[in-house]
Design a protein around this ligand. Structure first.
Ligand code: ADP
Ligand code: ADP
Length: 234
């Protein structure tokens, strides 16, 4: 069951002056239930690749299919709507709304989607439990630790039941204990809900726990492998 099919992605920045090939012919195939890390040195194209897969930016050439839908030529509200229903985003800086509680941050998309109140309430409580912060429902982001804020961000990303979660350096601002706990939680969601995760990271301890590791260098995939220790790591 293919979730993502990226075909020959090329992304060139500054085409008119000194062209930068942020991506230079990337093919990527992701199946449902994968737990994939994208690593590589700074500037290797990790963020650019995630932006292409997430429909946040258009490739110079090539295309991306999500669940069989080509998103590369989608525009405006159609693309926004597709993203909202199909892709969950988690960023390194949490991107939560500081004046809303954890619960309200998670509810936000469901409100936009006009999910009936009762269903919304049930879903929010289920999500808070899944990410291990049911007791923090009414706290605002400034009252939460980095690890807890990132859990809210993951719950918010899961709320519309997306096809997959894209996370750009999700543990970058966390200490190693909180980073490990966040990974435990993501792996549990992967196992129990068969949620597909694709995340970029620099963190070797995070990389060690991925089921599949893709290495980028100079905008190309130079390695794509499944590490051994995965299932029993940690
Ligand atoms: P990574 O996430 O691995 O650090 P990026 O995808 O951010 O890599 O960047 C890949 C290359 O593209 C780098 O050389 C970077 O400088 C360049 N780049 C990224 N975004 C832009 C942009 N908006 N304008 C110009 N160059 C960019
Ligand atoms: P922090 O960044 O503050 O250390 P963590 O990510 O470690 O936050 O934990 C966030 C929340 O999840 C806390 O409320 C903590 O009690 C709870 N938690 C952490 N690990 C577990 C676990 N293994 N099982 C259940 N709850 C947990």
């Amino acid at each position: 069951n293919t979730v993502i099919d990226a075909h020959n992605l090329v992304k060139i920045y500054d085409e008119k002056t000194i062209p930068v090939y942020a991506l230079n012919g990337v093919h990527l195939h992701i199946e449902r239930g994968e737990f994939t890390a994208i690593k590589g040195p700074s500037g290797s194209g990790k963020t650019t690749l995630l932006n292409m897969i997430g429909g946040l930016d258009e490739p110079t050439s090539g295309y991306v299919e999500i669940n069989g839908t080509n998103i590369t030529k989608m525009k405006g509200s159609a693309l926004i709507d597709f993203r909202l229903h199909n892709i969950g985003f988690v960023f390194q800086s949490y991107n939560l709304i500081p004046v809303l509680t954890a619960k309200e941050n998670i509810e936000f998309i469901m409100l936009l989607q006009k999910t009936p109140t009762k269903e919304r309430e049930t879903r929010v409580m289920e999500l808070l439990k899944q990410v291990g912060i049911a007791d923090k429902a009414n706290k605002r982001p400034p009252e939460l630790s980095g690890g807890q804020q990132q859990r809210v961000a993951v719950a918010r990303a899961l709320a519309p039941k997306p096809q997959f979660i894209l996370a750009d350096e999700p543990t970058a601002n966390l200490d190693s204990v909180s980073a490990g706990n966040l990974l435990d939680m993501m792996l549990q969601l992967n196992k129990e809900e068969n949620m597909t995760f694709i995340f970029s990271t620099h963190d070797q301890r995070v990389i060690e726990r991925a089921r599949r590791v893709i290495t980028l260098e100079d905008g190309k995939i130079v390695k794509d492998t499944a590490p051994i220790s995965v299932m029993h790591a940690g």
